[in-house]
Design a protein around this ligand. Sequence first.
Ligand SMILES: [Zn+2]
Length: 152
Amino acid sequence: MRQADCPLCLTPGGTLLWQNEQVRVIDANDLVYPGFTRVVWQEHVAEMTDLSLEQQRALMEIVLRVERVQRTSLRPDKINLAAFGNQVPHLHWHIIARWADDAHFPQPVWATLPPATPQAGAAHEARRAQTQRSMPDYHRALRAELERPLQR
Ligand SMILES: [Zn+2]
């Protein structure tokens, strides 16, 4: 069921990387965090417990595959997984590769950007640019991983 006022029902929500009937994986096109990836449940439901156990497993399998590919192809210091839905109550997960020298670390990426020294600002920009250069490899690895059949 689609909801007329829901951005994740009306649009992909980013650049579509892969999808099946249940789930889609999108590049969030985040300007500061190039690897920022979202896994969106195709149907409009708000909470994980709106899904059957089998659906929950299928969704988390995709989230964990994205995490695994971020670890191997981006080699971050930490992965952040988050599901809020406070602004868009359509079930989706955020998978964000984080580095100790990124702009918000150790705060969440949604925090107010902390003031940075010129030196730290240059480090943040270098990290962003390096991550941006990894995007073709990351997206290729991600699609390959997502094409593998789901474990039953
Ligand atoms: Zn929706």
